[in-house]
Design a protein around this ligand. Structure first.
Ligand code: ZN
Length: 452
């Protein structure tokens, strides 16, 4: 383009020069008459006059263009700088949010809002700033306003869910979570939050539908989905039993056991219903399989019940049969110690407890040892010694939440302290990698890192 233009200029200049030379070589006169005026001049002077006139016209035209276009250009420049300032405020506001300075963030949010015509962006900043300063109403207003924008609605819902949960308004949180789930059923936190909320209020069927969607969308892993489904079935089985529907209760428990026999809540649920149905033999089979995968004192108790045996010495034999499913587990030793204790077999009870305790007997082992010595009428000093040891002994296995680390007396599907579903496991303390929520751990690591 530029080359073509330069070429044209050269051609035009050459033509003009040739023209001038041609005119200079051929002098002539021009005479013009107009209403009594008479103009005598040479051809060359006339040509120069015409060129000057054309140049003046072009100059005037450019001047007009410049004057007429100036206000627009000026306005454009002003708008540009306004937007630039707006984005600068926005950036500073976001930096303030990241630094945790709510008041500063709010100041920048207000300025950015005035300067920018981008309500979605400034709303997000306003909401975060309001949250940081503890201004709940302000945050809620901003989140609600975000719902009108298609792009921001999801983020607004996330904020509103968090706020509703903090205020303890579960129904409202659930309504928002359902809306978020409709918008983006493939987002992991949406699926998990909705599932937990539905489970918390006992909407087992709805929770199962959410779980199925999560599995379809690969937000929940197959293995996790399997155990969660089994625990939901346990809850549905309980509900069916409460409604007087024993057959359904049993069928649901059986389905759960087919999915996750390694969960104590599942095996104990099925065995309990089988015992109630008068089928002790099936219950014993269920418990033996459950014990081999995950032994627990509740299963031992049900096993004795299923056997129908009341004679203490024979009950030791029954317990031996169950313990043989996982002979080296501490629960097997403890169950045998308890049965021996109940049958008055002090020596055997001591032996099982010694095997269970090893070099660092746990609280439970120490207490049982004290009981054995007490009931065997041994030296009182021995009883006191075991009780004293129990005070500093390592903690036993217990129902612990893998999400928040909370300790529970008995199993329940929903953790009372953090609201997570299916996170209670029969474990010793310190066996979970994460007891603290990730953000707290990050803070601790940050605080603990040495400063240079
Ligand atoms: Zn928990």
């Amino acid at each position: 383009m530029t080359i073509l233009r330069t070429l044209l200029w050269f051609v035009a200049a050459a033509a003009a020069m040739l023209g001038a030379v041609w005119l200079a070589e051929r002098p002539g006169a021009v005479t013009a008459e107009f209403r009594g005026w008479r103009l005598d001049t040479s051809v060359g002077a006339l040509a120069v006059g015409i060129v000057v006139l054309v140049l003046v016209c072009i100059g005037l035209w450019l001047l007009y263009r410049w004057i007429a276009g100036a206000p627009g250009a000026l306005l454009e420049g002003w708008g540009d700088s306004r937007r630039r300032r707006g984005y600068r405020e926005l950036t500073q506001g976001l930096a303030a949010v990241a630094a945790g300075d709510g008041a500063e963030a709010q100041k920048h949010a207000r300025k950015a809002d005035k300067l920018l015509a981008e309500p979605a962006l400034t709303l997000l900043l306003s909401a975060q700033a309001a949250q940081l300063t503890g201004d709940r109403d302000g945050a809620k207003r901003a989140f609600n306003a975000m719902l009108d924008d298609e792009q921001m609605a999801f983020l607004g819902l996330r904020g509103l869910i968090g706020q509703a949960l903090r205020e303890g308004d579960q129904a409202q949180a659930l309504a928002y979570a359902e809306r978020a789930f409709q918008l983006r059923p493939q987002t992991p936190w949406v699926v998990h939050s909705l599932f937990d909320m539905q489970a918390q209020i006992g909407q087992w069927k709805a929770a199962q539908e959410t779980l199925d969607t999560g599995l379809r969308r690969k937000v929940v892993t197959q293995n996790k989905g399997r155990t969660l489904k089994a625990l939901l079935l346990v809850e549905r089985s309980r509900a069916a039993e409460r409604d007087g529907n024993a057959a359904d209760a049993l069928a649901l428990a059986r389905e759960a056991f087919g999915l996750a026999p390694e969960r104590i809540a599942v095996s104990s649920r099925l065995a309990e219903l089988q015992i109630k149905a008068g089928d002790g033999k099936r219950a014993a089979k269920t418990l033996e399989r459950g014990w081999a995968l995950a032994p627990h004192p509740d299963l031992a108790e049900l096993y004795l019940k299923a056997s129908g045996e009341t004679e203490p010495l024979k009950r030791v034999g029954v317990m031996r049969r169950l313990a043989s499913q996982k002979p080296d587990d501490i629960e097997s030793h403890l169950a045998l110690a308890q049965a021996s204790l109940d049958a008055g077999l002090w020596g055997e009870a001591r032996r099982y407890l010694e095997t269970a305790g090893g070099t660092h007997p746990s609280v439970r082992v120490c207490r049982m040892m004290a009981e054995v010595e007490e009931r065997a009428h041994s030296d009182q000093a021995k009883v006191h010694e075991w009780l004293a040891r129990a005070a500093d002994a390592p903690a036993d296995r217990a129902w612990r939440c893998s999400a928040c680390g909370a300790h529970h007396e008995s199993w329940r599907s929903v953790c009372e302290s953090c609201g997570a579903f299916g996170t209670l496991h029969w474990r010793a303390p310190g066996t979970f990698g994460q007891v603290l929520p990730p953000e707290v751990r990050a803070e601790l690591e940050f605080a603990a890192s040495p400063t240079k």
